[in-house]
Design a protein. Structure first.
Length: 187
């Protein structure tokens, strides 16, 4: 996705046509980010609209020498995290666990994942508890460190590691279940 400098300049000047053009140009990219952090398309659209509004209001701070995709990605993830924080009071209680062990991926799971498409994997990720889902997305997909995740979500680094480990284990269990079901059907 390439956004022309003229569109950005026109959006800063509050040109509605340019804003609409920017929305159309960035919709797919931003929606993909939102879908990773939400449980439904409806919620993802709501978050996308909040994020796009934030992008428009912060556009004056964008520096042209910076990658526009990277900048809007950062703004969108921050919006998603901010909204998560607002709703956190009503969410599950977080258990603070300071230690964890990495579990090596087994071959059966790796082979099963190779056969799955993105939508199937996303469907499994959204089944994770909300905090574990956020940690998994931030770490495994967006490349944040445990320290950054801890700061963003207001948890400890150990808790971030625990949620990542829990997510990995739970996803492995779900994939093994799907793989076993598939083997029963094909036999």
């Amino acid at each position: 996705m390439k956004v022309e400098t003229e569109i950005i300049t026109a959006c800063i000047a509050r040109d509605e046509r340019a804003e609409h053009e920017l929305y159309r140009a960035t919709f797919g990219y931003l929606m993909a980010i939102c879908l990773r952090y939400t449980n439904s398309r409806e919620e993802a659209r709501e978050m996308l609209n909040l994020g796009f509004y934030r992008i428009l209001t912060k556009l004056k701070k964008y520096k042209l020498e910076t990658s526009f995709n990277a900048w809007i990605h950062k703004v969108m993830v921050n919006v998603l995290i901010d909204e998560y924080r607002k709703k956190r009071i009503h969410r599950e209680r977080i258990e603070y666990v300071e230690s964890y062990e990495d579990i090596e991926e087994n071959t059966e799971v790796n082979n099963a994942v190779k056969k799955m498409d993105v939508e199937q994997i996303h469907a499994l990720i959204v089944q994770l508890p909300p905090v574990s889902q956020k940690v998994f997305n931030l770490y495994a997909i967006d490349g944040f460190s445990h320290k950054e995740i801890a700061d963003l979500l207001g948890i400890t680094e150990g808790t971030s590691r625990w949620h990542l480990n829990f997510s990995r284990q739970r996803l492995q269990e779900m994939i093994i279940q799907i793989n076993a079901s598939f083997k029963l059907v094909t036999e």
